[in-house]
Design a protein around this ligand. Sequence first.
Ligand code: AP5
Length: 245
Amino acid sequence: MAKDGSRVGPVVLLGPPGAGKGTQAKRIAARYGIPQVSTGDLLRENVRHGTPLGVKAKDVMARGELVSDQLVCDMLKERLRQPDCRRGCVLDGFPRTAAQARWLDIYLDHEFFEKTGCARQRVIVVRLIVDYNQLLLRLTGRRACPACGRIYNVHLQPPRTNALCDDDGSQLIIRNDDREEVIQERLAAYERQTQPVATYYQRKGRLADVNGDLPVDEVTKVMFWEIDRRSSEAERRSPEPVGGD
Ligand code: AP5
């Protein structure tokens, strides 16, 4: 939670698959006491439970393509209605198309802040920039703990004991879409559909770029600095309509 109890964000993390959004989102969530809202995790949970949304999303995700804007926006709306999002949240993997970015502005401005009575705040957008070959190394080497969600990398941040989580000893798993042919499609989808999101926020003067090639702790330090800076700027300007710039 922010030291003074004020809202933080929503913080939007942009960046290609493997850029470190999930890794950094967990640290941001812990520092500011706000939830990490990952559309990828929410979708995977739906797939695991075989919900109607999961059934629709399963094959699309396995191919590395994007799930439809409508399905993802409806799912996110449900999540943002939960009381833990009132103090803010870190959005990991959303928005991913220009249409989702426009939807988010309108939803926050006309529904979220209106209905919850929360102080209006602009989204804080941070994009992680990472070299292409580094992305491939990160995605092919990624392993995750199914119990606690901690992320490892066999090349870059291996667990202490082979294939077991350092924290709870669970057997680490490989994500279904971290296969080489699917990785290519995910990276292509990012270029095609998510780069316009960066342009959308850049035009509104809200985009901050961070060098995601740096070691994890250094990326975190720069991220915190950007969020603190943007939060205090927003406080000075508040109240102001979110979509109004
Ligand atoms: P999603 O789950 O969002 O996956 P993604 O965007 O492809 O991102 P990743 O989770 O692969 O990477 P990341 O940036 O979080 O990196 P991480 O921190 O894990 O989406 C999956 C699918 O769901 C999509 O393809 C789509 O089908 C669907 N979907 C989701 N959201 C959607 C939306 N809004 N609209 C439509 N469809 C949607 O790190 C990667 C690895 O690198 C790890 O091993 C980590 O240990 C390592 N690492 C991280 N940072 C560093 C560092 N600084 N140095 C060295 N290693 C590092």
